[in-house]
Design a protein around this ligand. Structure first.
Ligand SMILES: Nc1ncnc2c1ncn2[C@@H]1O[C@H](COP(=O)(O)OP(=O)(O)OP(=O)(O)O)[C@@H](O)[C@H]1O
Ligand SMILES: [Mg+2]
Length: 476
């Protein structure tokens, strides 16, 4: 599901590139480049080619091809085989952030009221970013937003470089898998509004426990200006503390509790792909239809309303919210996306990824749907990866929730998930398999027409193949 990085028209003189990156210029300081790219195959004539060095690829090997394709200049950290105007830096990834920051700064300076919204969290970033971009567009902002999941040290600066004169708002997704990343991205983005969706056990192998995760996400709120706004998930004391430590004077909490400024007060299943949500915000009530299931969708919508309010907009009307969020119907990409199968079963494909918080949210959503419709619940649950020392405890906690969801059938995929099947053994038909492919024939036997089938696990477990098999007519 890799997303192609969109092209941009960011323009710099080579002197500006050298200044923004702290690099050494070899060539004509006044020469201009238009468009910044990290992919030699995507070079447009006159562009700046940035040679990134990753785990598997080294852009320096493609410098000759980039120049042949018309690159006007190179941003490099090593000698290359081709003679072209270039800026030499110590680290091209850091230099890319420097360029994005310079582009962002001049974009802000050129128009009044231009605003950057940045979103981070252990889950819900993409859902919240899509909801926020849709709602801000509905209230007449000219939004530029992250596409796909381009939230890392390459995707985030490339997104910022796409800001143009036609935009007045950026909605950025910022992701992290190792300590310090959010701090760097936050320094580059210099957001006016920072959003923390959730602090949960994800990437704890590298971030080190929940406190480590909180510190990492908190970097976004710590970097806000005093006249900025911290938008935060108010149900979690850890996240509330992060918001209270932010220098931003405005704080807008969203969640379920009484103290949330934007509060989810009702969530009703309409059908497998739609909910009706009622929020309270600033003393007003707002009811709208949302093409997403479960608390994750409702919280994303609440966060979007909180951002709109933080930017000084009125609480949207019911019609505005329904219209804006209808855009979320497409492109859920394995995030609790509902499909009706040939036999009338409802497949909830949440194979995109999993951690305990998102597992719990999806189990709740699936069990609500099964109960509301009087259908059987079938769970296909894969292991949650990259948890380090928390692995056993997190799987045991999910096992309890899975049992509580009242499934008729449970298939656990991968060794760490085995405990889920064990915990449900006395109340459901269960199986444990090692590979995603092994779940398919087993499911074909155990499932019945009309079931609600939830498929969820870490991306590395590959449960998207199970969802695909169900969608494309498994042999029943
Ligand atoms: N607030 C939430 N609480 C629990 N689970 C959530 C929440 N928001 C989203 N999820 C679930 O988390 C999963 C990923 O959602 P989403 O893609 O929005 O997250 P993300 O943070 O962008 O992920 P990534 O780190 O891959 O970019 C989905 O299964 C979704 O249902
Ligand atoms: Mg994402």
């Amino acid at each position: 599901m890799a997303t192609t990085i969109p092209s941009n028209r960011a323009a710099f003189t080579l002197a500006e590139v050298a200044q923004a990156t702290g690099g050494e210029l070899i060539g004509d300081a006044g020469a201009r480049v238009v468009g910044v790219t990290t992919d030699s195959r995507a070079v447009a004539p006159g562009a700046l080619f940035v040679a990134l060095v990753g785990e598997r690829l080294d852009g320096h090997a493609h410098a000759t091809a980039a120049v042949a394709a018309g690159a006007g200049a190179l941003l490099v950290m090593r000698p290359v085989a081709v003679d072209a105007p270039r800026v030499v830096v110590r680290d091209t990834t850091a230099a890319l952030a420097g360029l994005a920051r310079a582009h962002r700064d001049r974009w802000e300076a050129r128009g009044a009221g231009r605003r950057i919204v940045a979103i981070t969290g252990s889950a819900g970033k993409t859902t919240t970013r899509r909801a926020t971009a849709a709602l801000l567009t509905e209230v007449s902002r000219q939004v530029h937003a992250t596409t796909g999941n381009l939230n890392n040290a390459v995707g985030a600066p490339m997104t910022l470089l796409g800001l143009g004169e036609e935009h007045d708002t950026a909605v950025l997704e910022l992701g992290t898998s190792s300590p310090g990343e959010i701090g760097h991205l936050a320094e580059m983005a210099r957001a006016h509004v920072g959003v923390v969706t959730l602090v949960a056990a994800a990437h704890t192998e590298r971030l080190g426990g929940l406190d480590g995760v909180a510190t990492e996400k908190g970097a976004l709120l710590r970097a806000l200006p005093t006249d900025g706004a911290a938008v935060f998930f108010a149900d979690d004391p850890r996240v509330r503390r992060l918001a209270s430590e932010s220098p931003a004077r405005a704080r807008v909490g969203f969640g379920h509790g009484d103290d949330a400024d934007v509060r989810v007060i009702e969530r009703r299943v309409i059908d497998p792909s739609r909910s009706s949500i009622t929020l309270s915000a600033r003393g007003a009530h707002l009811t709208f239809e949302l093409p997403l299931l479960g608390r994750a969708g409702a919280l994303a919508a609440a966060a979007a309303v909180a951002v709109a309010v933080a930017l000084g907009h009125e609480v949207p009307t019911d019609e505005q919210a329904t219209r804006a969020f209808s855009a979320l119907a497409d492109g859920a990409d394995g995030r609790l996306a509902a499909t009706t199968l040939g036999d009338g079963s409802w497949l909830l494909d949440d194979s995109y990824n999993a951690n305990r918080a998102s597992m719990e949210a999806s189990l709740e959503a699936a069990s609500e749907l099964a109960r509301a419709s009087g259908r059987r619940l079938v769970l296909v649950l894969g292991a949650m990866l990259e948890l380090g020392a928390l692995e056993d405890g997190e799987h045991a906690a999910v096992a309890d929730r899975a049992r509580g969801a009242g499934p008729a059938v449970v298939v656990a995929v991968g060794a760490p998930a085995r405990v889920i099947a064990e915990r449900c053994r006395d109340s459901a038909e269960v199986a444990s398999v090692d590979r995603a492919a092994d779940a398919v024939p087993w499911l074909a036997r155990a499932r019945r027409a009309g079931d609600v089938i939830l498929v969820k696990g870490s991306r590395g477990v590959g449960l998207d193949a199970v969802a695909d098999a169900l969608r494309h007519g498994d042999p029943t």
